[in-house]
Design a protein around this ligand. Structure first.
Ligand code: UTP
Length: 289
């Protein structure tokens, strides 16, 4: 019997240096795609996949995140008095139920693996998802939901993957593949940011993971890896051979909101999925082609 995935970790303690000065006082994860912060999109995706407990790993300068997901009774009252039900519904939709939201702190941005490890006490003995809000996925069925369905089939650990051009392997965690049915790849190894010539494949991991709690023990003792950071990839690599480990080619499109052009493209892609604005955006774009 596979334990269901009910917890998700959102590492949001990074410095967001590529978006400075915008991210000096505003967390990168609070930058909006149109009118909703990246992190809210990530929370929605988690909800759709059956996640009940939301664990945010925050750090210095991230207080806006706590305020955003909190109830704001003064604002609710004002919107109600003005009869602005649309806005009221929009702000209430970002609340997370009492006792379901957990904050833990990463005091120093030592890397993604370290950020995930900071959530170990809340994760406990349960399988958990990790969602990086700066990877935004447009899909008919939300990406994490596709992963949960794959988990129900094969269990263990699952990472969402996309094929990247070989000259870009140095930017991602890359799979070494033992077997591949075109949808699920059995993972034989993981390499963080390999040079194109050394990359064992071109399947790269995006910011969606389902992991078994044992990864926490490894993250606690792997030390620093590529770029001097404690890498999630290195911790996950230690699970291979001991637990099932698969890469899932999800259906949908991933946008890298950690880069400026990727963020812009994600904004457009999201806007074009919205019935309230898609036509207008399409018309506007014609002026730029
Ligand atoms: P990134 O490396 O894309 O984010 O990490 P960053 O370091 O904030 O951005 P740049 O490169 O300086 O512009 C992906 C996710 O992991 C989190 C980030 O907040 C982001 O959501 N992260 C990264 C942490 O929580 N802690 C870390 O030490 C590193």
């Amino acid at each position: 019997m596979k334990k269901p995935v009910r917890k998700a970790v959102f590492p949001v303690a990074g410095l967001g240096t590529r978006f400075l000065p915008a991210t000096k006082a505003i967390p990168k994860e609070m930058l909006p795609l149109v009118d909703r912060p990246l992190l809210e999109h990530a929370v929605d995706e988690a909800r759709a996949a059956g996640i009940e407990d939301f664990i945010f790993v925050t750090g210095r300068g991230k207080r806006a995140i706590e305020d955003h997901f909190d109830a704001d009774w003064e604002l609710y009252k004002t919107l109600q008095e003005r009869g602005n039900t649309e806005a009221l519904e929009a702000v209430r939709a970002c609340e997370i139920g009492p006792g379901r939201l957990f904050y833990t702190r990463q005091q120093m941005p030592l890397g993604l693996g370290h950020a995930v490890w900071c959530a170990r006490e809340v994760v406990g003995d349960d399988p958990f998802a990790v969602i990086l809000p700066d990877d935004f996925v447009v899909a008919d069925k939300p990406c994490l939901q596709q992963m949960v369905e794959a988990y129900q089939e094969v269990g263990g650990n699952i990472v969402a993957v996309v094929d990247v051009p070989r000259d870009q392997t140095q930017r991602y965690g890359i799979l070494d593949v033992a077997a591949d049915d075109g949808r699920l790849a059995v993972v034989a190894g993981l390499v963080e940011k390999p040079k194109p010539a050394l990359a064992p494949s071109t399947l790269s991991i995006i910011g969606r993971y389902i992991l078994q709690p044992e990864v926490m023990t490894h993250l606690g003792d792997i030390g620093r890896g590529a770029g001097g950071e404690i890498q999630l990839t290195d911790g996950m690599a230690r699970l291979i051979g001991h637990q099932p480990f698969h890469g899932l080619r999800f259906s949908g499109t991933r946008y890298d909101c950690g880069s400026k052009v990727g963020f812009l493209e994600a904004t457009l892609a999201h806007a074009l999925t919205r019935p309230d604005m898609a036509d207008q955006v399409r018309e506007t774009l014609k002026r730029y082609s």
